[in-house]
Design a protein around this ligand. Structure first.
Ligand SMILES: Nc1ncnc2c1ncn2[C@@H]1O[C@H](COP(=O)(O)OP(=O)(O)OP(=O)(O)O)[C@@H](O)[C@H]1O
Length: 329
């Protein structure tokens, strides 16, 4: 069953142009000039219940604009949009109770309140029945290991702890769809891993449909079976994440630190990003990663080694060059 249906969805922002200075402000009062920015162009998408979809693209590609239209925050300029059978822009209360949105860069928590108080507030706002509320608080407190944060002011929490509370707040009313815009932004590797685990669990145990935007390829790879790539307002890839990584993700980034001064000569097809006597990082063809790591451990005193997915921008560029398409096999 499709719970999201988008056809030819387009959003054009109107940007008001003003000449500099006081005279410019006065002039613009009588002679308003606008330029137009197409942020989402003729976008088609269908999402089935229970899917976990990654929405990826470079800065300014149009991801947030798409999520804002799906949640009714802004109205489309043209096209058709149905979410759970509703037209999001009508902002009907019944609709608002069936989805949730979490934006990594914006908080819906009250910084002076404790999470426990915030949850009660949201219980009232969403009209959550007592039993459902009790069960969810119990389930999420355990899943997120959150008991120790319940009674401290939100403003004292770390970024990672706050994101856990954002997610609990968003999930208390059992939304059928969860929209996540960069939920792991700014978090360290451990916190990112925890958030990924929670999201996987929520999708698995509650069947929540999740649409996630992230700049971290690791998030997409480990969570989303399907991903949609948006470039310059248009959809250029819609298909299995496995295929995207196999076909378009060709390099890995390796960072090695050494216990003693070390000088390593790397093959020519490796691109060195940083090199000091104790540390180096470089980009290399992904199929050679396993061999090179083994070699490092055998030949040098390695203190630490980190392997990262290639930057999203390179992957998008390769897809763009190949031309847009669907990749279901
Ligand atoms: N309110 C607005 N008025 C005018 N232009 C806007 C507005 N919001 C976004 N834009 C423009 O629309 C384009 C798409 O922006 P959007 O925020 O959707 O991109 P994004 O893919 O989410 O980027 P990022 O990854 O940087 O968050 C950008 O060029 C942006 O400058």
């Amino acid at each position: 069953m499709n719970i999201i249906e988008i056809k030819q969805l387009t959003k054009i922002y109107k940007l008001f142009e003003k000449e500099a200075g006081f005279r410019g402000s006065l002039k613009s009062l009588f002679n308003r000039k606008y330029t137009e920015k197409k942020a989402v162009s003729e976008f088609d998408l269908t999402v089935e219940k229970g899917e976990f979809i990654g929405l990826i693209g470079r800065n300014g590609a149009g991801k947030t604009t798409l999520i804002k239209m799906l949640t009714g925050i802004i109205a489309p300029s043209s096209g058709n949009l149905s979410v759970l059978g509703y037209s999001p822009n009508k902002l009907e209360n019944e609709f608002k109770k069936r989805y949730a949105v979490v934006m990594g860069q914006k908080s819906q928590l009250f910084f002076e309140l404790t999470p426990a108080d915030t949850f009660i507030l949201f219980k009232e706002l969403y009209d959550i029945p007592d039993e459902e509320y009790r069960k969810n608080i119990e389930y999420f407190t355990e899943l997120f290991d959150a008991a120790k944060y319940m009674n401290v002011q939100v403003r004292t929490l770390s970024l990672g702890e706050r994101m856990k509370m954002e997610l609990i707040t968003a999930l208390l009313h059992n939304p059928e769809i969860l929209f996540l815009d960069e939920p792991t932004i700014g978090l360290d590797a451990v916190a990112q891993k925890q958030i990924r685990y929670f999201l996987k669990e929520i999708n698995r145990t509650k069947g929540t449909t999740i649409i996630l935007t992230s700049h971290y390829m690791e998030d997409i790879k480990s969570l989303c079976k399907r991903c949609v790539v948006i470039e310059n307002s248009r959809k250029i890839y819609d298909g299995k994440t496995d295929i995207l990584f196999e076909k378009f993700q060709l390099y890995k980034k390796i960072t090695v630190s050494f216990e003693e001064e070390t000088d390593v000569k790397l093959p020519e097809d490796f691109e060195i990003l940083e090199k000091t006597p104790y540390k180096m990082s470089f980009i290399m063809p992904k199929e050679k990663a396993r061999g090179i790591i083994k070699e490092f451990f055998e030949n040098y005193k390695v203190k630490d080694i980190a392997i990262e997915e290639e930057d999203i921008g390179n992957v998008v560029e390769r897809i763009y060059k190949e031309g847009s398409g669907s990749y279901y096999e």
